[in-house]
Design a protein around this ligand. Structure first.
Ligand code: SF4
Length: 376
């Protein structure tokens, strides 16, 4: 049995599988004089950054940051992820942990923070704003290619070295290997001897682990596959950006229910179900960001999201779903009413839990999860 131990600093964890914490990875890279980019989730050209020897580290939660640092710059009705990330950048004690700030504009909040940083706050590290297209057709791909070339030019200036196309191709190959392993891990989820909490912790360690380390962990996880399905009780799914803090899964499990699939932007939605990748590296990097599962943050049509969730429900036998949505997250709230109506018409009950990103799940939300599961 694999189990994880919480890393109190960043809200992400390490385990007896020897998953190092985010903090340990940062320390190790720093000791080896490696460059680190703080990246805002979720879609960014990871391989392109690594081709410049810059290791991307995403922050999903940081329960110990001082949120008043962000409150001085943005409205109180900004989502807690945006407030956490801005506060993290402003906190002096974290400032020597990264060399670059990379912001994909997936929503108005990140766009606002990106502008604030460049125009007013002006941190000592360079800030790169990345304009992610909200469509995945040929127009979106070609916009993305141009955008990546622009970013490559900025990175050449920042690093003082030319892009090595061979290195970019190599790094893209690692991301494809990760995607193939992740697909297998998601398919075999019910045969893996890990709790829902640990499964989430393993999957989200992708947000900071070097690719070779993450590949090793995924292979180790797949090697632990058993012949019998784990006991699930009531079968549910979870949808949203992330499931922070991961203790949310323990609450679900303690009420005789299990998560049989997720529609989380940091987890299941990141899978790429596509095999005809282009040989041209900039196009391939674009395909890898735009051909992931339907996602509100990428402006995916609601029909595609509904169809994807319905197919997953059919395949896994889920009887209900929790939409775990961060307060003030417009893209997620915008889709929910239609998804709820559609899924109910297909016989699946869903329930909305609104939350603020903190180190704890509120008592009120624990009670609400309990009543929803009991009613299934
Ligand atoms: S997508 Fe939602 S949670 Fe993420 S930054 Fe935007 S508003 Fe916040």
């Amino acid at each position: 049995m694999i189990s994880c131990i919480p890393d109190k600093i960043y809200g992400i964890n390490h385990s007896v599988m020897q998953i190092p914490s985010r903090q340990e990875i940062i320390r190790k890279l720093r000791n080896n004089n490696k460059k680190i980019s703080l990246v805002f989730p979720i879609y960014y050209p990871s391989a392109l950054l690594r081709a410049f020897d810059i290791h991307p580290v995403e922050i999903l939660n940081a329960p110990d940051v001082d949120l008043s640092l962000a409150d001085a710059h943005i409205q109180s009705y900004t989502c807690s992820l945006g407030r956490i990330l801005l506060s993290f950048i402003k906190e002096e004690r974290f400032q020597n942990q990264y060399d670059l700030i990379f912001i994909p504009h997936i929503c108005d909040t990140f766009q606002q923070i990106g502008s604030l940083l460049v125009d007013f706050i002006r941190p000592s590290q360079p800030v790169i704003n990345f304009y992610l297209p909200k469509r995945s057709d040929e127009t979106g791909i070609s916009f993305c290619i141009d955008e990546l070339k622009r970013i490559a030019g900025i990175l050449e200036n920042v690093c003082g070295s030319k892009l090595d196309i061979k290195r970019l191709t190599l790094e893209l190959g690692k991301d494809i290997e990760i995607n193939n392993l992740l697909k297998e891990v998601f398919e075999k989820r019910e045969f893996l001897p890990v709790s829902d909490t640990d499964f989430y912790r393993i999957i989200t360690s992708k947000t900071y682990l070097p690719p070779d380390d993450f590949i090793k962990i995924l292979k180790e996880l797949l090697a632990s596959k058993t012949d019998s399905k784990r006991k699930t009780g009531k079968r549910i799914f979870i949808s949203g950006i992330s499931a922070e803090p991961p203790e949310i899964f323990e609450i679900i499990n303690s009420h005789n229910a299990s998560v049989v699939f997720d529609d989380l932007a940091v987890s299941g939605r990141r899978i790429i179900d596509f095999s005809g990748f282009s040989d041209e590296p900039f196009r391939r990097q674009s395909e890898m960001m735009l051909y992931t599962m339907p996602d509100a943050e990428k402006g995916s049509p609601i029909e595609k999201r509904a169809y994807w969730i319905r197919e997953k429900i059919k395949r896994t036998g889920a009887t209900g779903g929790i939409f775990y949505i961060m307060k003030f997250c417009e893209p997620e709230f915008f889709d929910y009413p239609q998804l709820k109506k559609y899924l109910l018409s297909e016989g699946t009950k869903t329930f909305l839990i609104e939350y603020e990103m903190t180190g704890k799940v509120s008592k009120q939300n624990i009670n609400r999860i309990q009543s929803f599961i009991e009613g299934l």
